[in-house]
Each structure stands twice: as C-alpha cells, then as structure tokens.
Design a binder for this molecule. Structure first.
Ligand code: SPV
Ligand code: MN
Length: 626
C-alpha cells in the first residue's frame, strides 16, 4: 500500500493526488497506480463532478484534434479511423481463467495468454499524453440499481462522450468508501496517425469478469472504447446473473394511454433496428434508448436507464421521422457527431437527413468528394452508415420526468423486435411469460447491420438482442429470464414487433410511423382495454382496434387489405424459423433449458394444426372467431 501511495504522490500533482485520495478506496488507488506504471502517462488528471473539470476535458478533445468545433455552439465532430467504424466482435474476448467455460457461442481467450497480450499493447501507450481518470455511475445515483465505475483513458473524446452519456460519480465514490464493488475500464487509443488509432491489427477489447475490469486498446470507436456502454453491459450481465436481476440491451419508453395513463415498456432490438426511434415515438416520453437494468421489488418488476444520454445512429434522422432528435441536432446544445460529413460551412451532414448532400467535404476518409473510393475500390459514402450522435437526454423535449428516479419505473410490458423480412407479424403478444421469453426473446433473429464489422443483411440469431454482450452461458441466461417472473403476481405481457416485413417484391409492408400504433395497441392490451385474436404463436390485434389507432394517431385510413397483408400468419416461415433456431440450441448451447425444446414442440404442433385447418398462409379474419 505504501508503494502505491508513494507512486501516486510522485506522479500526480498535489491537487490531483488529493482528489484521488478523497475516496478512501485502496482498490481504486491500486487500479490507477497499476495503469500509470503500465501506460506511463506524462501527467494524470483526476476528474471530479465539477463543471470546470468537464470543461477541461471538452477543451482537451478540441486541442488534441480528436474533436472539431462545428458552427453551432456546443456541437463538435469526431472521426474514427476508416477501419474503426463499428464494434469489433472478433477481437472482443472474455479472459477465461483455467478450468472455466462460457460455452461455444461466446468469444474468449485464456487469461494466461490474454492478459499479457493486451497489457503488452497498453505498455507505454500514454507516453507524452495525459491520463484521464473519470468517475461515473451506471443507473441513477444513490439507488439499488447504481454501479459506480472508474474509467481511465488517454482519449478526451472517450471521456467527453462519457460525460454526456453517464451520470457523474466522483461523489458516489466518496460515499462507497472502501467497497471493492465497482467496475474498472482501462483504455488507450494507442499510437495515433492524423488523430486516429493507427495499429488496428492490435485492436483488442478484453474483459475480465472475475476482476470486473475491461482493457481496450488501439481503437476509438465508441462501442469499443466507451467503457460504460457495452463493455459494462457485459460485466453487469455477469453480476446480475449472480444476484438475480437482469441487465438488458433495452430501451425504456413511457407509452401514454387514455386519460393521461403512462405504461412503461422495455424493448430489446438489435443495433440499428429501430430501438432508438421506438424510444423516441411522438407523444410518448423517453427514459432510455439502449441499456436497462431490471430488478424485482416487492413482487414488482422495475427498471432504470443505465445511461443519461444517447449514442444514436444518425443515418435517416430527418425532421419528418425523428423531429425531436433532429431539433436537438440542429440547435445549440452539447452534441458530439461522429463519422458524419462536414461541409464547407462546418455543418454536419449525413445520409438520409432529408436534404441533398454536398459533393465534397471532410469525412472519416479525410478530404472527401462524391465518387471517392477506398483502397479496395469501394465507393465511400458521404457519411458512414454507422455515423452517430452523442447527446444528453436532458436536451430532448420528450424526457420522462422519472428518468432519474432511484426506484426506477414499473415495467408494464416487454417488447422484442428484429429485422425480419418474412416471418413475424408487426405486433403480437405472447400467451404468457414463459412463451414470451422462449418464442419471442430467445428466438429472435435479425438481419445484420452496419453497427458491427462484417457483411450486412445476413439473418443471424440474436437472443434478446443481447447475444453480442452475453457474459454467461446462453442457457443460463434464458433460465434467468424465465425465473425473473417468479414471485411476480401477474407477470408482464411480452410482445414481439417487426417493422421490417416485406412483400414478395421486397417492398416494406409498413411505414416508419406505424410503430406508434403497435406500441399503443400493446399499451391498451396491457391495461385490458382491447381483445385480440389468438394465433398459434400468440395474440394479434383486431382490425377495428388498429384502424381506430391509425385514424386517431396517424390520421391514416388503415384498410382491411393492409391489415391482412401485414397480419397474415405465415406458417412455413414460422416453422422454418423454429427449425433454424432449435438447431442452434441443439448444436451450440449445451445448457439449453428443457422447457425451450418442449415449448418449441408445442408451438410447432399448433402451427401445423392451424395449417391443416386453414392452409399455409392464414388471414387474421379466419382466426377471428368472435
Ligand atoms: C449498438 O451498436 O448497439 C450501440 C452502439 O448502441 S455501440 O456503442 O456500438 O454498442
Ligand atoms: Mn445498442
């Protein structure tokens, strides 16, 4: 301990040393001392919750060239390297101690070789730089949900993003005293060339579940570096599994029903499948758009947003579809744009913003003009498809008043959705919690998007939209979800939604705005205000209820033809899906709970007998017996 103190005293100025010592936490001090010895920064800045400290980081990001000030006050732009534009799943691994096993689907590396490897890349990585030590809190402060976090980084951009996205936690650290119960993140962007990470082949994100520590190096893209986001989600899933709660890739939305009633929904969708836009639905209020913790209290499910900001995909954000976000992105408030196009007037421009884009400017490839190709001969789009914005929910007009409630909000219903062109109907309620978890959540598939590196449009299995972040064996995770309803008097309804259904010619069967109707129908259903029609897989809306909602909320004439096209039960596609998903569980998930296979068998039988009676494609009117 004396050695640690000595080292910190030597390397930190008196002011920073005093700041670091104010939380009387040996484990924290050891973490910082170790990182200093390893990365050898020139100086160390300890960030408290004070505005001046955050301003210092904001300024550093501009001074070191990681962010560029844009024309509107508070707006900046950051570029990640050309090959560093999304989460790197292949190089993100769990550090596995000898003798442990996370199952075939999770990417891992022996701790014995992984720790020295990643530490060798971090060695001396901060020479000539300032190390930033920041404190945050996942979930509201002073709450049963709170998890304090310490982030070390040499990237002011990463620290700045976290200032926007997370509640500051320096004071929280003072309160927890010597508790070892916090998450730790050590990040270095590594060697830079033109302000972007140079050694992409040495990009690593390694996660130590025993120590609750994540190492990230030679990368800047937020999904690989912002420790509190998906890296903390992995640690939280592991912790939640041990403590009997859930950490989910979910938005939390306040859906506003008749008479001023608010029903909160949590919803899991894979990245770039409409999660943020669902949480931003017009006339509703947002708690969060990406990560939620769910706990049971006195037999009630409650949830919080882990974050306080949004790191959202900017592509297709336009005034018509996303008026509130668009307003924030074009008004003076704090926003970091990343990987967009900057035009000659220092304005950010992006694909699908609703206006014509300039033919030249600056983007993630450097100076850009229309038609520019990369070294592989691919045309470089004006902005990257995974370009993002980072802003405070407090700057949005639809912020829900309970966002910081330490008790969280009650979960009214749960929604699972994916990018599915041909199988699921737009909205359906599962018959009960168990079927919801198994037939909806654990059966989720989605076509891949630009949010991760690799080919797009490939149908992939992604249970609960959380597969990328799971830190425990899949079967155990499913069992935890099933068990979460235990002790809950009336378990919540679980719904599936599908915004991406297409006809035989590939044309989308729904408009972007229609999702509002599906959610408001779910709100009515949860509150017992509407009946539905039973299908082999759950309960779908009646035409009359949808037609009323379309008229009232979207001023649309919803036709019976539209309804039949969208809500036809597609038996062969549903059976094929069950076969595909079951095969994965049989072949790759050795701890799959037996009830999953039993439920699949039962639903398969229901689908087959419905087909015997009504044919392969069943109109919802044929099933409407009342
Ligand atoms: C996602 O891809 O699901 C995101 C952004 O929310 S990232 O930080 O990359 O995870
Ligand atoms: Mn996400």
């Amino acid at each position: 301990m004396d050695d640690i103190n000595k080292l910190l005293k030597e390397k930190l100025t008196k002011e920073n040393y005093d700041r670091l010592m104010a939380p009387n936490n040996p484990k924290l001090h050891q973490f910082i001392a170790d990182a200093i010895e390893l990365a050898k920064p020139d100086s160390v800045f300890v960030c408290t919750d004070a505005t001046e400290d955050m301003d210092y980081i904001r300024k550093l990001a501009i001074d070191n060239g990681e962010e560029i000030a844009l024309d509107i006050s508070g707006h900046t732009c950051h570029f990640d390297g050309y090959y560093d534009q999304a989460r790197d799943k292949a190089r993100t691994k769990y550090l596995l101690p000898a003798g442990s096993d996370l199952g075939a689907t999770l990417n891992s590396i022996d701790k014995e070789s992984g720790v020295p490897e990643v530490r060798s890349f971090l060695k001396d990585s901060m020479v000539g730089r300032e190390m930033l030590v920041c404190f945050f809190c996942l979930g509201p402060l002073d709450s049963e949900f709170s998890i304090p976090c310490a982030q070390i980084t040499d990237s002011p951009y990463v620290a700045h993003s976290e200032i926007i996205l997370y509640r500051s936690g320096y004071e929280q650290f003072k309160k927890i005293g010597s508790s070892p119960d916090f998450f730790r993140f050590l990040h270095s962007e590594g060697e830079l060339e033109n302000a972007v990470s140079k050694n992409i082949d040495k990009r690593r994100v390694y996660i130590d579940l025993q120590e609750n520590i994540v190492y990230s190096v030679n990368t800047q893209y937020g999904g690989n570096t912002i420790g509190l986001k998906k890296l903390a989600l992995r640690l939280a899933i592991n912790r939640a599994s041990k403590q009997g709660w859930l950490a989910e890739h979910m938005f939390v939305l306040g859906a506003h029903g008749p008479g001023g009633r608010v029903t909160y929904f949590t919803g899991a969708f894979p990245s770039a499948c409409g999660k943020t836009s669902t949480s931003m639905l017009s006339g509703q209020t947002i708690i969060g758009d990406d990560i939620a913790y769910l706990r049971k209290k006195n037999g009630q499910m409650r949830c919080v947003n882990v974050e306080k900001g949004i790191f959202g995909i900017i592509r297709d954000v336009k005034p018509k579809d996303d008026p509130i976000i668009y307003e924030a992105l074009t008004s003076p408030c704090e926003v970091i744009f990343s990987n967009v196009l900057i035009d000659e007037n220092k304005k950010p421009r992006w694909l699908g913003m609703g206006t014509e884009l300039p033919t030249e400017g600056t983007n993630h490839s450097g100076k850009w003009n229309k038609g520019k190709t990369d070294t592989e001969g691919n045309e470089i789009t004006a902005s990257h498809k995974n370009a993002r914005y980072c802003l405070n929910i407090a700057d949005l007009s639809n912020r829900d008043p309970h966002i910081d409630d330490p008790q969280g909000v009650p979960v009214g219903g749960v929604i699972y959705g994916g990018r599915d062109s041909d199988t699921w109907v737009p909205v359906e309620q599962a018959f009960n919690w168990t079927e919801g978890i198994i037939i909806k959540g654990a059966s989720l598939e989605s076509e891949t998007t630009s949010a991760t590196l690799g080919k797009e449009g490939v149908r992939t299995f992604n249970l609960m939209s959380n597969l990328d972040f799971l830190a425990i064996p899949l079967g155990k995770y499913i069992q935890n979800n099933l068990d979460f309803a235990k002790g809950v008097e009336k378990p919540q309804f679980i719904f599936s939604v599908n915004y991406f259904l297409r006809d035989k010619n590939g044309k989308y069967l729904n408009g972007m705005a229609d999702k509002l109707v599906w959610i408001l129908w779910a709100e009515l259903r949860v509150n017992g205000n509407v009946d539905g029609i039973e299908t082999p897989t759950g309960v779908i809306p009646k035409y009359k209820d949808l037609s009323k909602l379309f008229k009232e909320h979207l001023n649309n004439q919803y036709t019976q033809d539209d309804y039949v096209r969208q809500f036809t039960i597609r038996i062969p596609e549903n059976l094929a899906k069950l076969d595909r998903v079951e095969k994965i569980y049989k072949q790759k998930v050795s701890d799959t709970p037996k009830i999953l296979f039993d439920t699949f068998a039962e639903v398969r039988n229901r689908l087959k007998s419905a087909a015997d009676k009504h044919g392969d494609y069943i109109s919802p009117f044929d099933l409407d017996t009342h």
